[in-house]
Design a protein around this ligand. Structure first.
Ligand SMILES: C[S@@+](CC[C@H](N)C(=O)[O-])C[C@H]1O[C@@H](n2cnc3c(N)ncnc32)[C@H](O)[C@@H]1O
Length: 388
């Protein structure tokens, strides 16, 4: 735990900030909490106070918006677009951010305002700026922050642009994820010399990790992948939603030859290889369907929306025992072949964990490297289109 000097001079870890800020004060009365299948279930504080309090006191995210507000409580969907993040994740990020009194702090993704309040407890609230893209959420966060006695600057707008008027910032934290190759350069440009940027970062294939960068104050930042974290994306960078079933139907209705592979789908899609494979297949999405035939067959679907490329791999007990998995590939990109090549790259490089990777961001583009900045694995030019 990082030791932080609170603004009243007490030297404590972020424990103290957590003791001061009551999470319940930032959680709306009507929420969704995930059931055991990860499906958001509606809860109303007025009618089910015990369930509401259990959700608030649990170390789990609480969904506060679905489908950008189009799905109205108590209706539900699988597309959460705002949430109060899991408290242990919030704490881990704040410890990593190491906010000190006097620091000018920028947060992207105000959401409920809970993390903003914690930032106010760690720094001087007049130095805290938070940006929320959704006007309804921004208004709600402002109201909760004021009721709890905090007066940071809450901006309604696109956090990708940062907030030049209050720059430079010593600390920038995003609580929504950026897509690989697309860390907004405004964050780097608005970071003070030696200022740090902490952001969730992910690919369409793998969501995700956190990156911790140090800025030089002249438009360049460099740092490392530090921890795992799965966050919802910056709104403009979201992968297209709902194409899995369309592309699954496309390959099922096509006359596609079946081949076999000895590489287990799980060794590609989860675990330490998944991050590295995702770096190579950054614009490819994946989904896993369970028991597609009533006989226990699971199907991994890899798909690339712009080119309508799709691949399937079937997992059965027989395939797992024999090490022969059935694959089909359709479209201009042979996605399973690409995944195997990426997996081989990962193995040939000593099976690196995600923490061996780092990033360099400059005005000309973004690079991800292995172990040291010269060892570039992949480059995105500054004007690269957003993945997938
Ligand atoms: C995981 S939630 C944030 C949790 C929040 N920090 C809290 O403590 O409640 C992510 C938030 O990022 C917001 N967001 C997404 N894209 C954004 C953007 N371009 N600019 C600002 N906020 C954005 C979403 O609307 C959502 O409220």
């Amino acid at each position: 735990m990082a030791t932080t000097i609170l603004k009243d001079g007490t030297a404590v870890g972020s424990d103290a900030a957590f003791e001061r800020v009551d999470r319940a004060a930032f959680i709306p009365a009507r929420i969704w909490a995930d059931d055991e299948n990860g499906r958001p279930q509606p809860i109303n504080r007025a009618t089910e106070p015990a369930r509401w309090w259990a959700a608030v006191e649990q170390d789990a995210p609480i969904v506060t918006q679905l489908d950008d507000g189009a799905t109205v409580w108590p209706a539900t969907s699988m597309n959460a677009t705002s949430s109060a993040s899991e408290p242990s994740l919030v704490r881990g990020m704040l410890d990593r951010l190491d906010v000190r009194p006097g620091h000018r702090v920028l947060e992207i993704g105000t959401g409920t305002g809970y993390n903003t309040a914690l930032l106010c407890a760690l720094a001087d609230e007049e130095n805290v700026t938070s940006i929320e893209v959704d006007p309804v959420l921004a208004d709600g966060a402002r109201a909760s922050l004021h009721a709890a006695g905090y007066r940071p600057t809450v901006i309604t707008g696109d956090g990708a642009a940062g907030h030049q008027e209050r720059a430079p910032f010593d600390r920038i934290i995003a609580t929504c994820a950026v897509t690989a190759g697309h860390i907004p350069h405004a964050w780097v440009a608005q970071a003070a010399e030696h200022g740090t940027i902490l952001s969730p970062w992910g690919t369409a294939f793998h969501n995700g990790v956190q990156v911790h960068l140090t800025a030089d104050g002249r438009g360049r930042a460099q740092g490392r992948v530090v921890d795992s974290a799965s966050f919802m994306r910056l709104r403009a960078q979201r992968s297209p939603f709902g194409h899995a079933s369309r592309l699954s139907d496309l390959i099922d209705s096509a006359d596609v030859a079946t081949e076999t592979t000895s590489l287990s789908p799980d060794s590609v899609r989860v675990g330490p290889a998944a991050f590295a494979v995702g770096v190579q297949l950054a614009d490819v999405q994946q989904s896993m369907a369970h028991d597609i035939d009533g006989e226990g067959t699971d199907e991994l679907l890899l798909y690339h929306v712009p080119s309508d490329s799709v691949a399937t791999v079937h997992v059965t007990t027989d395939a797992a025992a024999t090490g022969k998995y059935r694959i089909r590939q359709l479209g201009p990109r042979q996605l399973w072949t690409e995944a195997e090549t990426a997996h081989a790259w990962w193995r040939n490089h000593g099976e690196p964990e995600h923490t061996r990777f780092g990033l360099t961001i400059s005005t000309t583009g973004q690079e991800i490297w292995l172990d040291e900045p010269g060892n570039v694995v992949r480059t995105w030019p500054a004007d690269a289109p957003t993945a997938a």
